[in-house]
Design a protein around this ligand. Structure first.
Ligand SMILES: *Cc1c(COP(=O)(O)O)cnc(C)c1O
Length: 355
């Protein structure tokens, strides 16, 4: 049976993208952690990242990391752990990113109970204002961490661009390297990982401007969609279409372009605007806002125009298409991060692997 809507996932394209990025990073002595959260930790895709040369896998949800248990590679927990999940974090992951002493203590207690040592990377906030200790608090935090049993501090990390939109640059990454140096000399320890961010740090890699002490990047979007995220540029020699969305036409009619009757708000409390373009040929597809965000998909047939969507219906204008579509036909879309996240999380979109 052919099931729609579906997302077709080209495993070889993911592997290729990983190889290109791992190769680029290697020139600067940087390892890549493959981030699996946007595809909910699906094992088939994670395997492609491993085959492409990542040295770790990382995810922000324990549910996803559990799916990767059988893959023999180190697992990094990305979101700051919840104290309530300390046991599971220690059980299923090797390393977690942290910024709170009380949480690190809980992880230490869990590790002792499980007869393990849990490794952590201390996150430093370089100004993006999401997670991490402020620069001025780094040394005293390390001092406290080093006293906690069951915990091994193995590195420093930072996360930029995700919240505040702060772009990684040579100067803010140099601050991370500088803190690392101070910590190593003050406490006479050596840290094995200095993790310089996510897909927004890639443009620096291409320019060879990442400070040399940084030896790890955590890449999700760049691998799956072939795009860096500081400026939204394509990465050369990578595929942007490893994921293709296909949705089926369930109605196709000529209708006016402006609704008839008194206009209130739509199902989402918005007041839509309509431009009168006369009678247009419109198709309804069986997919909606429960599965995608409308701004984050692009029809492969460039003559298809997206009109709008409700929870379960996507309305498109096909008046200008040269292809003669009929009810039952499928339309293809490339997608970007926002929609990929929704599609992979939606149980209503069938996941089809192309090998
Ligand atoms: C999601 C995430 C990443 C990966 O981000 P991309 O932009 O997909 O590369 C890296 N680090 C942390 C802490 C994250 O939450």
């Amino acid at each position: 049976m052919e099931i729609y809507p579906r997302i077709e996932i080209d495993i070889n394209k993911i592997k290729h993208n990983t190889q290109v990025l791992v190769g680029l990073a290697k020139e600067s002595n940087i390892n890549i952690t493959g981030i699996t959260k946007v595809f909910c930790g699906l094992k088939e895709i994670a395997h492609a990242m491993v085959a492409g040369g990542v040295t770790m896998l990382g995810d922000s949800r324990v549910e996803n990391i559990k799916k990767l248990e059988s893959i023999d590679i180190k697992k990094l927990f990305l979101r700051l752990p919840m104290i309530s999940q300390a046991m599971e974090i220690v059980k299923y992951t090797d390393i977690s990113l942290n910024s709170e002493i009380s949480t690190i203590k809980a992880l230490g207690e869990a590790a002792l109970k499980l007869n393990k040592v849990h490794s952590i990377i201390l996150m430093i906030d370089l100004g993006d204002l999401r997670e991490g200790v402020l620069i001025k608090d780094a040394l005293k935090t390390v001092e406290a961490i080093l006293k906690i049993e069951g915990i091994k501090l193995i590195g420093l990390g930072t996360n930029l661009t995700c919240y505040g939109g702060v772009i990684p640059q040579k100067d803010n990454l140099e601050i991370l390297v500088d803190i690392n140096k101070k910590i190593e000399s003050k406490f006479n320890i050596s840290l094995s990982i200095v993790s310089g961010g996510n897909s927004s740090s890639l443009y620096l890699l291409e320019k060879k401007e990442i400070p040399s002490r940084i030896n790890n990047l955590r890449l999700g979007e760049a691998i799956v969609l072939g795009r860096e995220t500081a400026f939204g540029n394509r990465i050369s020699n990578t595929y942007e279409d490893a994921f293709i969305l296909k949705a089926e036409i369930i109605e196709l009619k000529e209708k006016p372009s402006v609704p008839t009757g008194t206009l209130g708000v739509n199902a989402f409390g918005e007041k839509p605007n309509f431009e009168d373009k006369g009678i247009r040929k419109r198709a309804i597809l069986a997919i909606g806002r429960q599965d995608i965000s409308v701004e984050d998909i692009a029809p492969k047939d460039s003559k298809v125009g997206i009109i709008g969507a409700s929870s379960d219906h996507l309305i498109v204008d096909i008046t200008d298409c040269s292809h003669k579509y009929t009810v039952g036909d499928k339309l293809d879309f490339t997608i970007n991060y926002g929609s990929l996240l929704k599609i992979m999380s939606s149980e209503y979109v069938y996941k089809k692997f192309i090998k």
